[in-house]
Design a binder for this molecule. Structure first.
Ligand SMILES: Nc1nc2c(ncn2[C@@H]2O[C@H](COP(=O)(O)OP(=O)(O)OP(=O)(O)O)[C@@H](O)[C@H]2O)c(=O)[nH]1
Ligand SMILES: [Mg+2]
Length: 281
């Protein structure tokens, strides 16, 4: 009787012990589970931050390999194309199409000229040859940062990585799109001509305000302002330092200034032609 009682007690003791072990195990698992959930939330937060950083750095972050680029070049320009293909890009209305006509010496209203206008005008990419430089092809593109071509996808959708160089048109300010194009061009080692276009309007405004009496001085000020804006806006100015970006103050129109006309108000227009010539060498 005594022995069976103590057996029973030992049995219950065993069960309690097993129950306690099971309870402790469950508690441990629950704690581990909570810690894992906490870690998962931390990792998700870290991932979201990193995703954001990557998107901000390179909105297109799926960088094309050189093999993929060669394949796309063949598809876009033909199997044995030996031209230097230059994309003329930038915000809508910055004067891209007018610039192409000016470089080709074709009046804007002639058949065969790139269509220009006062609304969003160019809707598809069009190729133009440059009679004075048969090795160059200029591609007129629709303006970026519009509903049809939102800024985040402009570089990728237009496949600008497949070009040999970019001419980026800016006017009164350097836009987000211009800055993004500069850094993506640098990622693919594309030479860039960054234009401060429609300089005639800016110079006229400076002279009208009588900030300057000589167009030369107004032009020098405009150049200074443009470079200051460039160093403010390009977070990493290495493309400028590495010589990948060249800057130009240009106009597609003659200046309408009666007093002291400048012999060559926009010498940079000629420099831009030199820049195109050098792309071939
Ligand atoms: N004053 C002045 N006006 C210019 C100059 N270049 C272009 N314009 C005018 O700016 C307007 C827009 O010119 P476009 O060449 O059509 O501009 P775009 O960048 O091709 O525009 P999208 O095709 O819409 O992207 C037109 O009225 C042009 O006459 C310039 O250097 N000076
Ligand atoms: Mg256009």
């Amino acid at each position: 009787m005594g022995a069976s009682h103590s057996n029973e007690a030992a049995h219950w003791e065993e069960i309690r012990h097993a129950e306690n072990l099971e309870k402790e195990r469950r508690q441990r698992l629950e704690e581990e589970n909570l810690a894992l959930q906490q870690r998962q939330r931390e990792l998700e937060r870290e991932k979201a931050t990193l995703d954001l950083e990557v998107r901000q750095l390179h909105p297109t972050h799926l960088r094309k390999t050189s093999d993929a680029i060669l394949e796309i070049k063949r598809e876009m320009f033909g199997e044995s194309d030996s031209h230097i293909n230059v994309a003329v890009v930038g915000l809508s209305g910055t004067g891209k199409s007018t610039l192409i006509n000016r470089l080709r010496k074709v009046p804007d209203n002639l058949p065969g000229a790139a269509p220009c206008g006062e609304v969003e005008t160019t809707n598809t990419s069009t190729m133009y040859d440059l009679p004075s430089m048969p090795f160059i092809r200029l591609w007129d593109f629709p303006g970026g940062n519009t509903a049809a071509h939102p800024e985040r996808f402009y570089f990728d959708i237009l496949r600008l990585y497949a070009f040999d160089a970019l001419i980026i048109n800016a006017t009164d300010f350097l836009s987000d799109l211009d800055v993004q194009l500069c850094s993506l061009a640098a990622l693919y080692s594309l030479p860039v001509a960054l234009l401060r276009n429609k300089a005639d309007l800016a110079l006229e405004a400076k002279l009208r305000r009588k900030d300057f009496t000589l167009p030369h001085d107004a032009l020098a000020q405009l150049r200074e302002e443009f470079h200051a804006s460039l160093s403010r806006n390009l977070k990493d100015d290495s493309p400028v330092n590495s010589g990948l970006i060249s800057t130009f103050i240009v106009s597609n129109h003659e200046m309408d200034i009666e007093q002291s006309p400048l012999p060559q108000p926009f010498a940079d227009n000629a420099r831009l032609l030199d820049w195109l010539t050098q792309l071939a060498s």
